[in-house]
Design a protein around this ligand. Sequence first.
Ligand code: OAD
Length: 263
Amino acid sequence: MQPNPSLRSAVATEDVQIAAAAHVLVRARRVVVLTGAGMSAESGIPTFRDAGGIWSMFDPDEVATPRAFERDAGKVWRWYAERRRSMAGARPNAGHVALAALEARFAARGGSVTVVTQNIDGLHRAAGSRNVVAVHGDIHRTRCFDCRADGGEAGAHDASTVAPPRCPACGGRLRPDVVWFGEALPMAAVGRALRAIRACDVLVSVGTSGEVEPVASFPLLALEHRAVLIEINPAPTPLSAHAEHVVRAGAATALPALVEACA
Ligand code: OAD
């Protein structure tokens, strides 16, 4: 069988892009890796805006806003309980593992890798990354909708399938500790993310459509501070035009190849 020439050139382009990106990365001291839902796609967790994604099946206004919780707290609680159940078997993929290895390697030579993630699945930490800033919260934790007190592990309450459990501090309703549409991001996390972004030499954007603010503007802030932008995403995004190196491949393939090429 004849090799498919267009496939061959796509693979060659990807290898060339990975080599070029590695050339930049290996010279960096401070790196930020900004991740979105595509990072966990190969762990079996669906993205939001791809075909068949979460927002093609559910209206965010019905399940991911404070208004939705006020309207029907039980429905929102159950929706997140179901998402937790569907994620329960998800494991870090080779991309998560590669990022943890990159962080250890940079730390050993006095540099840093900070993962700024929009994902609420906890897979970066599960893979061994330590320097993780989860700017959209954590689906495995709860807090009080009324007094904002920490409500502990969500799994501890998963028997509550009808209504949200009660806050141990004020008796209010517990909610998942995630950011909903129309809400501010947690200030401490944003502060950490912005400090890392202003100081980084390279920002690697992985698996995010770049459509949700304020995170969509984080790479532009890095550019203003003269960082080099690398994008890893099988599909074009609004960021692509700003990136010096674009790798059109999935995270679980591209990140191990990139980290290996930096060795
Ligand atoms: P999106 O669903 O908007 O975008 C996912 C991106 O991942 C797309 O650009 C895909 O091309 C890319 N992608 C798909 N498979 C991939 C793979 N295997 N490897 C790498 N990339 C892949 O998800 P986010 O950008 O994360 O917020 O969305 C941002 C926020 O919107 C989420 O945090 C969530 C959502 O509403 C809240 O719920 C607050």
